[in-house]
Ligand binder design. Structure first.
Ligand SMILES: Cc1ncc(COP(=O)(O)O)c(C=O)c1O
Length: 415
């Protein structure tokens, strides 16, 4: 792919920081450095950080490691963490990444912003499923409002529609979108996962129109049926057109804000360049905590912990589905999510979920997220997203009874 030709105008002038590019050199053993403006490690407030994991394993960040965790570090990744990410990615996805193909992020959310910054001019468009993650709309809207919606069903993005939309744009001589964005597993908010057939079809279409793909996959390992996830778009791609965002939020700890982008070295190079101007690098202390976890747990142990935690999500999902089946009227439709944390309820046409949540939600004591926030077209007013991640099992039944009451009140208003 000709990445340079796709870059937004604002990126053409990005230059490497003259100081940042010296960081790896500064760490050469024996170097007498007058470079950089780093504070002296002797001045840092920390002597050590003792870490105890729920697995019972513990480790201490101390001596040279504590200085490194408190100090400025390289933009792409902390040297201690990077080899772990390479191995984690190879094990998990069967994709071996070169060291220049990884950029550690302050959450995958940062990757959404960076991708938009790098590629989207005001007049550019992006193609994505309707509904889509509200945080993506938030990140992209700073750069463009031109979103091309593709419908989504139980198998994820309807790629036959994607194909039709692009064919129509191409034959009308319209400017094609800069990239296709998708959430292939446990879609937020729709709860669905992209089928293998559609993953292949999506790649074939991207190849035909020479488009980049942004694969945003924070729910990949939240497989509620205890199945192996399907191959990632990146793993199925042979043309280097997938930029992938991995997140440790749902499998480790979201407050640490850790994720990584991987993909064509050229794109990742621009991620780095932009991050130099944005925040220099992701917290070295947070990266040290993840590196320490990965050093003290095998991948099999990590995957087992994730699987055990999913048991909680599965119980919650099943409880919500059972209560929904029992209490909701037949004209409310919803999917059974096989991955992720969300159930997406479709209410009868004409219902206004925002009004329902705002007028009845507080009074009845029930909160769900109105669908409109996930729409790029001002639609989805009759949808709500219910998350089952934090619910209390004893309250599920009562929650669905209140939801049913809220639905009947709205039905009464519509008449
Ligand atoms: C689809 C999707 N992408 C990205 C993110 C952001 O993830 P992170 O916590 O890694 O920034 C979320 C968080 O909920 C999400 O649902």
């Amino acid at each position: 792919m000709n990445i340079k030709s796709l870059l937004a105008k604002r990126v053409q002038g990005l230059k490497p920081s003259p100081i940042r590019k010296l960081v790896p050199i500064m760490r050469t053993p024996g170097m007498i450095s007058f470079g950089g403006g780093y504070p002296n490690a002797q001045t840092f407030a920390f002597t050590s950080v003792d870490v105890v994991f729920k697995s019972g394993r513990r480790f201490t960040i101390q001596d040279k490691a504590i200085d490194l965790a408190c100090q400025y570090g390289p933009t792409d990744a902390s040297p201690d963490l990077k080899p772990h990410i390479v191995r984690w990615h190879a094990d998990k996805d069967g994709v071996s990444l070169g060291t220049e193909q990884i950029q550690v992020l302050t959450g995958a959310q940062e990757g959404l912003h960076v991708m938009a910054y790098l590629f989207l001019n005001n007049e550019d468009s992006v193609i994505m499923s309707e509904p889509t993650y509200s945080g993506t709309l938030g990140a992209f809207r700073a750069f463009t409002e031109r979103f091309i919606p593709v419908p989504l069903d139980a198998q994820g993005m309807v790629t036959a529609d994607l194909e039709r939309i692009l064919a129509k744009m191409a034959s009308a001589g319209e400017r094609l979108p800069k990239f296709i964005y998708d959430i292939p597993n446990g879609h937020n908010p729709a709860g669905v996962s992209l089928s293998l057939e559609r993953r292949k079809h999506l790649l074939e279409i991207a190849s035909r129109y020479d488009l980049l793909i942004l694969e945003d996959d924070p729910y990949q390992l939240i497989q509620l049926e205890d199945r192996e996830p399907l191959p990632t778009l990146q793993a199925l791609d042979h043309e280097g057109r997938v930029v992938r965002l991995d997140s440790f939020s749902k499998i480790f700890a979201p407050g640490l804000r850790l994720g990584y982008a991987s993909g064509p070295a050229e794109v990742i190079g621009f991620f780095q360049l932009y991050k130099q101007g944005l925040n220099l690098h992701t917290s070295a202390m947070d990266q040290a905590l993840l590196a320490g976890f990965l050093a003290n747990h095998t991948h099999t142990e990590f995957r087992t912990l994730i699987r055990e935690n999913i048991g909680l999500y599965r119980r919650n999902r099943d409880a919500v589905l059972a209560a929904a089946q029992k209490h909701l009227p037949a004209d409310v439709r919803y999917n059974v999510p096989e991955a992720g944390l969300f159930i997406w309820f479709e209410l009868p046409a004409g219902f206004d979920a925002e009004r329902m949540v705002e007028t009845d939600g507080v009074e009845l004591g029930i909160l769900m997220v109105p669908g409109a926030g996930f729409s790029m077209t001002g639609g989805l007013k009759n949808y709500v997203r219910a998350s089952f991640s934090m619910i209390n099992l004893e309250q599920v039944e009562e929650g669905m009874i209140r939801f049913a009451r809220m639905i009947e009140r709205e039905r009464g208003r519509i008449g």
